[in-house]
Design a protein around this ligand. Structure first.
Ligand code: GLU
Length: 377
């Protein structure tokens, strides 16, 4: 779920405490439905501009970095306080474009969010604007949110903004402009409509998102099988309404089979660097039990590979049954194979993860063809 600067500040240069409280409450309510939520928050620069008493959003990198640094702190302080009121821990995760472009760091990023989920924490994500410079920035949190949704194979991306969705024309200029409730496949025309729309509020210059970036975010996630809802963050209870399927905002339907693309990426796009030989128990657990591959079930390692690489999982007869992204390099696996999970730290002197391949990074294959996602418990 991504919330924009204007939504959080209500058009001012400070955090609007009612808005922030409402967002936090809606995250808590979604979690009460059993839904894990990552909150992608904008507003660092906008709030920092206010705190530093700058007349407007700065244009120099240094001032943007300073505003982001100051504002990010204010944001996290507010989130920590508000979520604490609901007895919910939050964890700050700041990302740079490089974290998303490099496969190992991308996997690591997804792992970090999953680790936070396992501890019942709401990850609060923003771009690390205070160390990001123009050429290497994601630049807008709509795109960032789309990448985050992909990295964790989210079930849904919600973008909360200051409009009610995508319209057939600019609703402020054209009287009979109609909200587009449902989109199946972003068209070039839609990108055109979105790109022409100027920001609505004078303060919108504090955020960087435009409708065009939202429509592009929809393009990114729907192509990975993830639906996206774009709705007005000022609407009370908007998140619950979206989850209930109420007809508000604009809903972008997936244009590819759900979650298949990342699994396909693992199964087909990446060339495996080596192989892990699993014993019969590990084969059964992975193949039929939807389990992760643990060191205990590993008999042998073939080839040279590093953390984040794709490898084949083969039986002792050499038949490939799965592929996945490893949490340990070949040398490390050779040292921990056959050992219990709690021996990893003892043997290596450190511990990245319990699993050699986490089931989220594992795809079952047959004769080199991806047959299906590993079944989940
Ligand atoms: N990362 C920026 C911030 O927190 C916001 C980017 C955006 O508005 O999309 O200020």
């Amino acid at each position: 779920m991504k919330v924009g600067t204007t939504t959080l500040t209500n058009g001012t240069r400070a955090l609007d405490s009612e808005r922030a409280e409402s967002i936090v409450r809606q995250v808590v309510e979604a979690r009460a439905r059993g839904i894990e939520v990552v909150l992608i928050t904008s507003g660092a620069i906008g709030v920092g501009v206010g705190r530093l008493d700058l007349p407007r959003r700065p244009t120099t990198i240094g001032s943007l970095q300073a505003a982001a640094s100051v504002g990010q702190n204010i944001l996290m302080h507010a989130y920590e306080t508000l979520f604490r009121g609901f007895d919910t821990p939050v964890g700050q995760v700041l990302v740079t474009a490089g974290d998303l472009a490099d496969r190992k760091r991308y996997v690591n990023f997804g792992n970090a969010l999953n680790a936070l989920f396992e501890h019942g924490v709401v990850p609060v994500v923003n771009e690390n604007d205070s160390v990001s410079v123009d050429e290497i920035r994601v630049g807008d949190n709509d795109t960032l949110a789309a990448h985050v949704a992909n990295a964790i194979e989210a079930d849904l991306l919600i973008l909360l903004t200051d409009t009610d969705g995508v319209y057939t024309a600019d609703p402020h200029a054209v009287a009979d402009a109609a909200r587009i409730p449902f989109v199946e496949g972003v068209t070039p025309e839609m990108l055109d409509i979105a790109a022409e729309r100027p920001p609505r509020h004078a303060s919108a210059d504090l955020g960087t998102g435009r409708l065009a970036t939202k429509v592009r975010a929809a393009e990114i996630v729907t192509a990975s099988g993830i639906p996206m809802a774009l709705a007005n963050g000022a609407r009370e209870g908007v998140v619950g309404e979206i989850l209930d399927g109420v007809d508000i905002g604009t809903f972008f339907a997936p244009t590819a089979p759900r979650a298949a693309s990342r699994k396909r990426w693992i199964a087909h796009t990446l060339s495996p660097k080596g192989a892990i030989v699993a014993d019969a128990g590990a084969f059964r657990a992975v193949r039929h039990g939807g389990k992760s591959l643990l060191p205990a079930g590993i008999k042998d390692v073939v080839g040279t590979f590093a953390f984040g690489d794709a490898v084949r999982c083969v039986t002792e007869d050499g038949a490939e049954f799965a592929r996945g992204l490893v949490n340990y390099g070949a040398d490390e696996i050779a040292r921990i194979q056959g050992r219990r999970t709690d021996a990893i730290r003892h043997v290596l002197g450190y511990h990245y993860a319990d699993e050699v391949i986490h089931r989220d990074n594992l795809v079952l294959v047959e004769n080199g063809a991806c047959v299906r996602d590993a079944p989940q418990d």
